[in-house]
Design a protein around this ligand. Structure first.
Ligand SMILES: Nc1ncnc2c1ncn2[C@@H]1O[C@H](COP(=O)(O)OP(=O)(O)OP(=O)(O)O)[C@@H](O)[C@H]1O
Ligand SMILES: [Mg+2]
Length: 303
């Protein structure tokens, strides 16, 4: 169901583009914005009337079963069991070198696990890599992207790959460009963007797709300014409430406490604690915060 507010926030050239996609004839020489919006709403309502249900996510959406990754003699991840269900944000926390990025890279099929089984939306990452990978949205620790595309071209390209209807893609792009205050950069080449802005394009590229989402986010808040971080946190909570499954790695414990429903704490490749904040605090009666639980489980609280 399209909200009129979503259309009203679109710029003039975007409305004309939407009219072209929806085949709304523009015959008048001068067109009033309100007239055009009425016409577009009418056409969009006709199209969305089939009310077909969205595909629900598999339960669990992410599943790692006894996953190990070795780099030579280094065991980066040891025997990891982990599940993320639709409707929750799981925080993967741990000090530098704990194995968080390695876990997310195995989960997204960038590197192969040495042993163990990984399922994304019910698809085995080794047996059905295309289905598994296409089910997930990934923000890497060090974002990279096609430098010679503009941000708009990239998001349009992603929408086409994921077969998002053109009109939906145009409306969603405007929604998230506004949310991440990206208007200034939407026509910039990706190669010219700062780290935080690159992260924003990748996020817009994920959210242009059809929800609910399975997300693997590696330190997603780190590169963003306070407003961008605030907006992303609010958005992730909304996505979670609408049924997305989110795995988020971070060592910013303030972010983790605020955002995550459950935690898996890693240290040197091992899981050293897991559960909700209440469960973790119950195991460590002397701790009063996630920070103290974390420090207690990963080498002790410094004097
Ligand atoms: N490609 C690689 N080759 C060799 N060793 C690697 C490789 N990638 C990761 N490692 C090692 O695996 C371990 C886990 O690294 P990883 O990047 O997963 O940690 P992390 O928890 O993401 O740390 P950080 O908080 O610093 O991002 C480290 O000891 C790291 O040096
Ligand atoms: Mg990392």
């Amino acid at each position: 169901m399209i909200d009129r507010v979503d259309i009203e926030r679109m710029k003039g050239d975007e409305l004309i583009n939407l009219a072209r996609v929806l085949k709304v004839p523009i015959t008048k020489r001068t067109i009033q914005r309100s007239w055009l919006i009425d016409e577009l709403m009418g056409e969009l309502e006709k199209r969305s009337s089939d009310g077909s249900p969205k595909d629900a996510l598999h339960q669990p959406a992410i599943e790692l079963d006894k996953v190990t990754k070795r780099f030579g003699k280094t065991v980066a991840v040891r025997n990891l069991d982990l599940q993320v269900h639709p409707g929750e944000i799981l925080g993967l926390v741990g000090p530098n070198g704990a194995g968080k990025t390695t876990t997310l890279r195995m989960l997204t099929g960038i590197i192969r696990a040495s042993s163990g089984v990984i399922h994304v939306n019910g698809h085995d990452i080794n047996d059905s890599p295309i289905l598994a990978k296409s089910s997930i949205g990934y923000i890497p620790e060090k974002p990279t992207c096609y430098p010679s595309l503009t941000a708009r071209e990239y998001v349009t390209f992603i929408a086409r790959i994921y077969k998002v209807p053109q009109e939906t893609a145009l409306i969603r792009m405007r929604e998230y460009v506004d949310l991440f205050q990206f208007d200034e950069f939407i026509n910039s080449y990706i190669g010219t963007l700062s780290k935080g802005n690159l992260q924003r394009v990748l996020l817009i590229g994920i959210f242009v797709r059809e929800p609910p989402y399975i997300l693997a986010l590696d330190e997603p808040i780190y590169g963003l300014d306070p407003r961008g971080a605030w907006n992303l946190k609010k958005l992730l909570k909304r996505m979670r409430d609408e049924g997305s499954a989110i795995l988020l790695s971070t060592h910013i414990l303030e972010v983790a406490s605020d955002l995550c429903d459950r935690f898996v704490i890693m240290n040197h490749g091992d899981v050293v604690g897991r559960g909700t904040l209440e469960e973790l605090l119950a195991i460590q009666p002397e701790a009063t915060s996630l920070e103290e639980v974390f420090l207690g489980l990963t080498g002790g609280i410094p004097e």
